[in-house]
Write a protein that binds this ligand. Structure first.
Ligand code: NDP
Ligand SMILES: O=C1O[C@H](COP(=O)(O)O)[C@@H](O)[C@H](O)[C@H]1O
Length: 529
């Protein structure tokens, strides 16, 4: 912990109790796909930040595995950390210590010799650094590579079945998203994994679950008494879930054109947000208790299939436009994208959850690349007043409210959970305009994470790596959960194909296609965060 953080911890009462006390046993993290983008942008910076926060165990090593030779792996990773770490400049002492336990094994995932070399390297590090065979294998690779790696690890006896003995070593496998590309492939992948591993050893990652604000959805709902009674069809008129990006496909045109935003974001991140907002309270903070409740919501999602896709979903692609003033090309002009591509870069849908709590409440979900603003949020729109006692203040009232305070007319209460950026929670409510009369205007009560807890909150990958080392799978998806997600998404993708659903267009830098408005119940409007 740096001096300034130390002081902040002492001075800010909200930070009390923040350091995490759960211990991590000495272990090695092995990253498959170590020459790839995720490793340098996210994984190594996350490991470095854990080291900087003194959350790594005394004995720790990180081994990268990939096809390309990397004679300067340590130097490359140092540069990556210096560039992508949330805390800069690089702390030399922390990096030097970490680098002592850093190694690289070159090899093809399909070649048994790769695992022999890895076994030798692990043996050397474990002896040298006084560690036992506690290992987290992080598969930062495409889903097609996963079965070969797991087989290779098991054949080489680098993974053993889990033992209940208190001092037994563990071996766990973290599997990156996308987990399959449809229900059939996800199911097959689960079968292949479970042929070699126990479910307790499998950690299917969805990095949105590692975001502080996503976890806070559960604390907000189940750690307070006053919100949960409002959290249902009795009070909520509709819910909007938005995952918007300013970014385009960022050099991942080939991957993206085969994937599309529904598989890349909605099947995982957006549906996870939906489950966190709508699940029933779990009986305890236990991995299976939490995941059982999430699966129930996924199974209660009303399917959208066949011609229903035309009425309940909108897919679209961006055309050239300007994002924050910079001209950007259209999707079909991006490198490695088919000029006749029908892959969606935007999707909006109107969902229903068939349950006692949510029956009749529309859930509007949208996600897009190259939208006006980077923003992920969940907004609960409450029901309108049954009877209006007070009048809205007329605009331009002398000495009246500034324009940032919104007119109250027809604007019921809204609770917005901002996942990113500007993480926080805002509640919109009506208030009396000062002066004579009883005119009202809407104002916001606004909690900001940055102000309350300091600006540098841990990255999702830090939390999730640490949880995998600790053996806490609560924030990872279970086999039945990931299959239930695909079970909802698959019929939509099939419906689009079979019904030849139109692909609308939207200008890059806008809030998406006008066609998305037809998903809304009359009177509802998409938010412009
Ligand atoms: N990048 C991101 O922001 C995110 C990525 N993900 C997921 O993480 C995973 C990895 O993504 P990303 O890092 O971008 O992918 P990259 O394409 O950048 O990296 C893939 C890695 O896999 C290695 N590899 C592939 N096949 C083999 C093989 N047969 N033998 C040995 N090595 C092999 C490559 O090695 P080499 O290049 O040396 O051949 C490279 O290190 C994907 O599933 C992706 O969907 C998830 C969220 C965000
Ligand atoms: O998984 C993915 O997520 C990122 C967005 O993540 P965020 O944490 O920056 O919100 C997205 O850009 C990428 O396409 C997708 O694969």
């Amino acid at each position: 912990m740096s001096f300034s953080e130390d002081v902040a911890a002492l001075e800010n009462p909200l930070r009390e109790g923040m350091p995490d006390e759960r211990t991590v046993r000495p272990c090695t993290v092995v990253i498959f796909g170590a020459s790839g983008d995720l490793t340098r942008r996210k994984l190594l910076p996350a490991i470095y930040n854990l080291a900087l926060s003194r959350l790594l165990p005394g004995g720790f090593a990180a081994v990268g595995v990939a096809r390309r030779p990397k004679p300067e792996f340590g130097r490359e990773m140092r540069e990556a950390v210096a560039k992508f770490s949330r805390r800069r400049p690089l702390d030399e002492a922390t990096w030097c210590e970490l680098e002592k336990g850093l190694a690289y094994v070159q090899g093809d995932f399909n070649d048994p010799a790769t695992y022999e070399r890895l076994a030798a390297e692990l043996g050397r590090l474990e002896v040298e650094r006084g560690m036992r065979q506690n290992r987290v294998f992080y598969l930062a690779v495409a889903p097609t590579e996963v079965p070969a790696i797991v087989r290779g690890l098991c054949d080489a006896k680098l993974i053993e079945p889990p033992s209940e003995a208190p001092d037994a070593c563990y071996q766990r496998v973290v599997v990156e998203k996308p987990f399959g590309e449809d229900l059939a492939s996800a199911h097959a992948l689960n079968r292949q994994l479970l042929a070699c591993l126990d479910e307790r050893q499998i950690y299917r990652i969805d990095h949105y679950l590692g975001k502080e604000t996503v976890q806070n959805l559960l604390v907000f709902r189940f750690g307070n008494t006053i919100f949960e009674p409002l959290w249902s069809r009795q009070h909520v008129s509709h819910v909007q879930i938005t995952v918007a990006e300013e970014l385009g496909v960022e050099g991942r045109g080939k991957f993206y054109d085969q994937t599309g935003i529904t598989r890349d974001i909605v099947q995982n991140h957006a549906l996870q947000l939906l489950t966190m907002v709508t699940m029933e309270p779990p009986s305890s903070w236990d991995a299976d208790a939490v995941r059982d409740e999430k699966v129930k919501v996924l199974r209660a999602l009303r399917p959208i299939r066949g011609r229903e896709v035309l009425e309940k979903t909108v897919r679209a692609q961006y055309v050239a436009g300007a994002v924050r003033g910079d001209r950007v090309p259209g999707y079909r002009e991006e490198p490695d994208v088919d000029p006749d591509s029908k892959t969606e870069t935007y999707v909006a849908m109107s969902l229903r959850i068939d349950s006692f709590r949510w029956g009749g409440v529309p859930f509007y979900l949208r996600s897009g690349k190259r939208l006006a603003k980077r923003c992920a949020e969940v907004a609960l729109h409450f029901k309108p007043l049954p009877h209006r006692l007070f009048r809205d203040a007329p605009a331009g009232l002398d000495g009246g409210p500034p324009p940032s305070i919104r007119r109250g007319e027809d604007e019921p209460n809204v609770l917005v959970v901002r996942i990113q950026p500007d993480e926080g929670i805002a509640l919109r409510f009506a208030t009396k305009v000062p002066g004579g009369g009883m005119a009202m205007r809407n104002v916001a009560m606004d909690f900001r994470y940055g102000t309350a807890f300091g600006s540098s909150t841990p990255e999702a990958y830090e939390r999730l790596l640490l949880d995998a080392m600790r053996g806490d799978a609560t924030l990872f998806t279970r086999a039945d959960e990931v299959e239930a997600q695909w079970g909802f998404i698959d019929p939509i993708l099939t419906g689009w194909r079979e019904e030849d659903a139109p692909v609308a267009t939207y200008e890059a830098g806008s809030w998406g296609p006008a066609e998305a408005d037809r998903l809304l119940v009359p009177g509802d409007k998409w938010r412009k965060p």
